[in-house]
Design a protein around this ligand. Sequence first.
Ligand code: ATP
Ligand code: MG
Length: 286
Amino acid sequence: MFVKPAYTDKVEVPPAMEANEAARLAFEQDKGRSKHHFVEGEHPVVRVEHLNKTFTDTPVLRDVNLNVWNGEIVVVLGPSGSGKSTMLRCINLLETPTAGHILIDDQEITGASKTSINEIRRNLGMVFQSFNLFPHMTALENVMVGQTKVLKKPKEEARAEAMKQLEAVGLADRADYKPPQLSGGQQQRVAIARAVAMHPKVLLFDEPTSALDPELVRDVLAVMRDLALNGDMTMIVVTHEMGFARDVADRVVFMEGGVVVEQGLPDQVFDHPTQERTKEFLGSIR
Ligand SMILES: Nc1ncnc2c1ncn2[C@@H]1O[C@H](COP(=O)(O)OP(=O)(O)OP(=O)(O)O)[C@@H](O)[C@H]1O
Ligand SMILES: [Mg+2]
């Protein structure tokens, strides 16, 4: 009888870098390829070092390294299956990395215990393609629930914050509607309000407009644009919206086959990509 051998291809990575050294190196690497305004001695808010993820025996992320700075808007592009969602899901601990390190404010979150995972997730907001709202709750309740349950905020405070965020996404007049009574675009804007109301350190977006009819995409992008340009939110956005990437991103990261192939200023990546694979990808979507 044939017995499939156990998968033994263990990935060995070095330990996480010392914080000051990591910050210095990250600054050297990123200063020319992001519009972020670097402050002397600043440390990146997110550090991804040697991130590897293997599903059964298929490597999906292969030594991904990425630093994200406070207030920076990073747009991640890449073909289907390149590992974009897996990277985001590793960053907010929905997936366990096979090897490598993720640090938020120099604190390693990989290998965290179950209790600290909840603590860590507070700092990481996520907006999904499929909204993931509670269908039996109103828009207002959806935006309140994390604040009261997770942040233990008093109800009135949570309600005020929820109304403020619903207003910011243009949905104050829909506060008492439930998700089935809202359009996809409106549901996604509620989901954004919900994420922002938690005031996370980093907001992750996984193709937030991909499930929407074209006419609803614009409103959601407008909300994201407003959030990116008029606030101090740090955002990692996986999207196929090239116009958004070009206008709003401080930096564009192109992934393929589980690796970061190229990254840089939006105009640079779009107009003068240095890698053949980036050129091909951009050519295929234009
Ligand atoms: N839970 C899982 N089990 C096994 N394989 C998985 C799992 N999740 C993702 N994969 C595989 O990992 C690879 C990368 O998937 P991922 O969802 O990260 O890609 P993506 O870049 O987000 O693609 P898309 O643009 O289609 O969303 C794919 O080949 C996928 O089949
Ligand atoms: Mg994906």
